[in-house]
Design a protein around this ligand. Structure first.
Ligand code: GDP
Length: 477
């Protein structure tokens, strides 16, 4: 893997002579048209203060390197907040109540535009809210390697307390290292017990401040608009503690939070600018798409010329519709943008080819014969713990000299998207015992080429895996 000096200089935004000088300092004599090893290119990039994203394959050296900021260039930036919590605990109502407190929106006539995120201005400061509540969007972004949320507000209805999705929301925030603020909602209701909610939070390891912990819990009523100001002030407080910073004086980097094809306007994407300033006319790479920013529209429907850190903007001018979670990067010019995007597309195609060679029971034997498979990884889901354990043990006993059967995850409940993601990432098949995939998991499995098998009788599952290992499984119709 090599790169031409001239091309590397361009990528690093240095003149060829600066680069050659640096190479000489490193003891390497090179001319402008000479090829140097990628390892050396990486050292040079690091020397120039760049962060090298990935390493070692042909695609990466042709991909973009994102420069790191110097501490002195960083300025405080507004927080980006996601609202999560159990269904019906008031996530949507809370977001509505928050938008109602928005002074600037009122002054401008109060007509907010749906672009996927909105800004709230309070005490002369700004907070950005992602409009889609719930942890699904949060998790799917993370699965794609993107993290936009700085703070999560977890809504708990005071009359219902901590529920399964509350716990999921807590765990998702924790695994992403995102600080949590709890909004104890529906305090206008009679016969509620806020202390009970606090106790349940403590049981989950979230000890509230008034009990000596460090978790901020704010009692609110989304319905009556009660205490919303306090909640927002707490968000600003946590943001301050987190010391969120960005460098507005550089080329922009951001993440797509929504995108669609608009009949009149073509591909439209809402991008959250996370670092730098995005400007009209900028050449951008967005995932495997490219383009030139033709127009930017903010949450109030206002056209912007520039968008700084923590600004959600809808942008026009892309070649295609990107996916949410895709990263936006501003590059030198259209040509570079295009070649990086094409390069990435090629890589995606290769990945899809790989995806189609994923394990499935139908061609397990063929893959075993070719020596492509040493482990048969399986995710087991079932209706009761007893049968899940029984299936797990029986399956693992099937291991032989050619292939080791490994149950990488076993759990109770329907087959979900996260099971499919896990299976996809570890080249596993999924066996469901008296459970079915949820609709979204089904479609994801199709996309990711994950083999899902469901059974009602334990021995039938064992029989199928056994037969597949011998190449004697009857094809499924
Ligand atoms: P989500 O599923 O978490 O988005 O919950 P919603 O915002 O849709 O709210 C679910 C139900 O709870 C709706 O009927 C709301 O009117 C009601 N609700 C939400 N917040 C409050 C509140 O503060 N007080 C009362 N009494 N009801 C609320």
């Amino acid at each position: 893997d090599k790169v031409v000096v001239q091309d590397l200089a361009k990528l690093l935004q240095k003149t060829p002579s600066e680069l050659i000088t640096k190479l000489i300092q490193l003891g390497i004599m090179a001319t402008i048209n000479q090829e140097i090893d990628f390892d050396i290119a990486e050292i040079v990039a690091l020397e120039f203060g760049y962060e090298v994203e990935k390493e070692d394959t042909k695609e990466e050296q042709e991909d973009i390197l994102i420069p790191e900021d110097k501490p002195e260039d960083l300025l405080p930036r507004p927080p980006i907040v996601t609202v999560m919590g159990h269904v019906d605990h008031g996530k949507t109502s809370l977001l509505d109540a928050i938008r109602k407190t928005n002074v600037t929106a009122k002054e401008a006539g109060g007509i907010t535009q749906h672009i996927g995120a909105s800004e709230v201005h309070i005490n002369g400061k700004k907070i950005v809210f992602l409009d889609t509540p719930g942890h699904e969007a949060f998790t799917s972004m993370r699965a794609r390697g993107a993290q936009v949320t700085d703070i999560s507000i977890i809504v708990v209805a005071a009359d219902d307390g901590i529920m399964p999705q509350t716990i999921e929301a807590i765990n998702h925030s924790r695994s992403a290292n995102v600080p949590i603020i709890v909004a104890i909602n529906k305090i206008d209701k009679p016969n509620i017990n806020i202390d009970r909610v606090k106790q349940e939070l403590a049981d989950q390891g979230l000890l509230v401040e008034e009990w000596g912990g460090d978790v901020i819990a704010v009692p609110v009523s989304a319905l009556k608009g009660e205490n919303i100001d306090t909640l927002l002030e707490m968000v600003l407080l946590v943001a301050e503690i987190e010391e969120l910073k960005a460098n507005p004086n550089r080329k922009a980097v951001g993440t797509v939070i929504e995108a669609q094809l608009d009949k009149g306007r073509g591909p439209v994407a809402t991008v959250l600018v996370q670092n730098g300033t995005l400007k009209i006319g900028d050449s951008v790479v967005v995932g495997a798409c490219y383009g030139k920013v033709r127009a930017m529209i903010n949450y109030m429907g206002k056209r912007l010329k520039e968008a700084g850190p923590s600004t959600p903007v809808e942008i026009l001018g892309l070649s295609e519709v990107p996916q949410s979670g895709d990263q936006l990067i501003v590059v030198e010019n259209d040509k570079i943008a295009r070649s990086i995007a094409e390069n990435r597309k090629e890589k995606l195609r290769e990945e899809q080819m790989k995806a189609s060679t994923k394990v499935s029971l139908d061609d397990l034997f063929k893959q075993m014969e070719k020596g492509e498979i040493k482990d048969l990884n399986i995710v087991v889901k079932g209706d009761v713990q007893g049968s899940v354990q029984a299936v797990k043990q029986s399956l693992e006993k099937l291991s032989n000299n050619e292939v080791a059967v490994k149950v990488i995850h076993a759990g109770v409940g329907a087959i979900t998207e996260s099971d499919v993601m896990l299976a996809s990432a570890s080249n596993a098949i999924i066996i469901g015992f008296n459970v079915r995939p949820v609709t979204s998991a089904q479609s994801l499995a199709q996309k990711e080429n994950v083999d899902i098998r469901t059974y009602r009788i334990i021995y039938k599952a064992i029989e199928d895996v056994q037969a597949a290992m011998k190449g004697m499984l009857d094809p499924e119709y």
